[in-house]
Design a binder for this molecule. Structure first.
Ligand code: DAS
Length: 359
């Protein structure tokens, strides 16, 4: 009699545990599969004390520790992590971008990967995001995220930024939006976002062209669409590239000469972005060096240091006569990225100008 009751109790227990496991499995099966690619930065940084918000060490915490620090992530996505690099992003280079882009495309080609989050230093985050926006070959969400305070700081922004980024990367509404930057509960398009403050948590801004949405309660809310081509509509493909053409930026200011331009060209620049004053103006002391560079086959893009607005073709210079390209609204650092990729396809300035009005 006792034996029968024990057997019945054990059978009931096993049935309950089986149902529990099945329910958990069903729940997991419903969650999106998101891969986190960690590259370093402040989000992986540590400081000596909880009030150390400057003077900390970036790129010290590994991807698994970043994930374990936010257990809530497991409730919204099936997450796996890869440590691609561990660097402060002021040291990000073309070689890093090629490795990262190839890994992103390989992962997104897998049917069991629904989205990707890239944790990154904030200093060049906008540049990596724009580069990927032009070379990722998938409509699946790719979200670049960082933080302005190290993981050890009071009110560190990294954990909530990471939680938001994973939610966004796993969200069906984020499909087809191009590469996004998720910081400070905001969603920005890679093309128009820039780091606008040295230290504050609201540093990422899309100023005049506007961010594309918010993340509230872990959910994305979109209010704008991206108008320029990106990802699967892009003509650029880095899958077979081991290097990118050397393209540099020369900054204009009162009393500037031509030393920087001449030095960059002498060092082998195949393209040169001039960060002009105002509407991309060319100082008289710099212009001859740019004209000479063009005559040697260097492609010149007139951009502007001001940060907002369209650099008008044939406005402050006769671009038709000089055979220069204008950057449209791209910042000098982003114009450099597009020019680099353009030069993997062509050196024809009319074709390159089309690209600057397309992406
Ligand atoms: N040095 C900065 C970087 O790695 C730290 C940061 O803000 O992430 O970009």
């Amino acid at each position: 009699m006792l034996h029968q009751s024990f057997t019945r109790a054990m059978a009931a227990l096993f049935a309950f545990l089986f149902l529990l496991a099945s329910a958990a499995q069903a729940q997991t099966a419903k969650l999106p599969n998101v891969t986190i690619l960690a590259t370093g930065g402040t989000i992986a940084g540590t400081g000596a004390t909880s009030t150390t918000t400057v003077g900390y060490t970036a790129a010290t915490v590994g991807v698994q520790a970043l994930i374990q620090a936010v257990p809530e992530i497991a409730k919204v996505a099936n997450v796996s992590g890869e440590q691609v690099f561990q660097i402060a992003s002021e040291n990000m280079g073309n070689e890093h971008w090629l490795i990262l882009a190839k890994r992103v495309n390989a992962l997104l080609a897998q049917p069991n990967v629904d989205g990707i989050v890239i944790t990154h230093g904030t200093d060049t985050l906008e540049e990596t995001a724009y580069f990927l926006n032009l070379v990722v070959k998938s409509r699946k969400p790719v979200v670049v995220v960082g933080s302005m305070r190290p993981s050890t700081a009071l009110s560190a922004d990294g954990p909530i930024n990471l939680y938001n980024a994973v939610n966004l990367a796993g969200s069906p509404q984020a499909v087809g939006k191009g590469v996004m930057v998720a910081m400070n509960d905001q969603i920005h398009a890679a093309r128009d976002v820039t780091k606008a403050n040295t230290t504050t948590t609201d540093t990422f801004r899309s100023t005049e062209l506007g961010m594309i949405g918010y993340i509230q309660g872990g959910k994305p809310f979109f209010y704008r669409d991206v108008t320029r081509k990106h990802t699967v509509e892009s003509e650029f493909d880095v899958s077979k590239l081991d290097a990118l053409p050397q393209v540099d930026v020369a900054y204009a200011y009162a009393n500037v000469g031509d030393v920087a331009v001449k030095a960059l060209v002498a060092a082998g620049a195949r393209g040169l972005v001039h960060a002009g004053v105002g509407n991309g103006s060319l100082p008289a002391k710099t212009k001859p060096a740019l004209v000479a560079a063009r005559s040697q086959g260097v492609v010149i893009v007139r951009s502007a240091r001001v940060g907002q607005g369209i650099v008008a073709r044939n406005g402050e210079a006769n671009d038709d006569q000089l055979d220069f390209v204008v950057s449209d609204t791209l910042s000098p650092q982003k114009a450099r990225i597009l020019l680099m990729l353009a030069l993997t396809k062509t050196s024809n300035t009319k074709d390159i100008q089309r690209m600057f009005y397309t992406y």
